[in-house]
Design a protein around this ligand. Structure first.
Ligand code: 3SL
Length: 241
């Protein structure tokens, strides 16, 4: 297995696809997606464009759908949900399809949707994603951070590092064998430094601070937990997990 980490979707090569692409948006899209599926949601369908989301979801029975949207961290007017994983309880999402559009996370999913395997990962489902990698052994793996509007984000990089760190801990692969680019080594170092205080790291992150200004402290706490959900969000068809 060769692992490449890209801090933003824009940094991924445009002329190739990996055997497995793992999209990460810890704050908060992939944490929300994992939570919806763990809570019994029928599926999550991701859109980068709000008008498209509205048009496609119109064809779905109202009692079987939920529209979730976030722009700039705030809920999209008229949608049932924003992008808080804490709203995605079984009472709310069970048996329903979540149609979601967020600023960065759904854009990252769209960027890699032609890869044969596409996963959504966050810290909360890290162990399940790692188990999948160790069982399937895809040759070329990309972890794609969503970042924030084209720039690096600490929380996605530390999650990428957490995945790589766990792959190394559970296999015979050496860091040099695993690392396809330098980003892998630096993400592992970031995780090694902060693994016992991920919430503290989120407080340093620009998007963490943005969410704190929006009074989403509980979201930060939830998303900073590691390995609490045994769920593997895996793409079934382009854009649908
Ligand atoms: O950018 C995104 O995709 C979102 O996850 C951002 S937010 O956490 O909902 O503000």
């Amino acid at each position: 297995m060769k692992l490449f980490i890209y801090h933003t979707p824009e940094l991924t090569p445009t002329d190739k696809t990996p055997d497995c692409a793992i999209v990460v948006d810890v704050l908060r899209a992939t944490s929300t997606i994992a939570t919806v599926l763990a809570s019994g949601g029928e599926a999550v369908q991701a859109f980068s464009n709000l008008d498209q989301l509205i048009a496609v979801s119109e064809n779905w029975p109202p009692e079987k759908r939920l529209r979730a949207g976030e722009r700039g961290g705030a809920k999209v007017t008229g949608f049932e949900l924003g992008n808080s994983p804490l709203d995605c309880t079984p009472e709310v999402v069970k048996g329903r399809r979540l149609f979601i559009s967020t600023t960065n996370g759904t854009r990252a999913l769209q960027r890699v949707q032609d890869s044969p395997i596409v996963l959504a990962a966050a810290l909360i489902n890290r162990a399940t994603v790692v188990k999948f990698l160790l069982e399937k052994q895809p040759e070329i793996v990309w972890i794609v951070g969503s970042g924030w509007e084209g720039s690096f984000s600490l929380e996605d990089t530390v999650c990428a590092g957490a995945i790589a760190h766990s792959v190394l801990a559970q296999s015979q692969i050496s860091p040099a064998e695993l690392a396809g680019n330098d980003e892998v080594i630096s993400a592992i170092a970031l995780y090694a430094q902060w693994q016992n205080d991920l919430l503290g790291l989120f407080h340093h992150a620009s998007h963490g601070q943005r969410l704190l200004r929006l009074e989403s402290h509980e979201d930060l706490k939830y998303c900073a937990q590691t390995d609490i959900l045994d769920v593997l969000p895996i793409q079934q068809e382009p854009g649908v997990l």
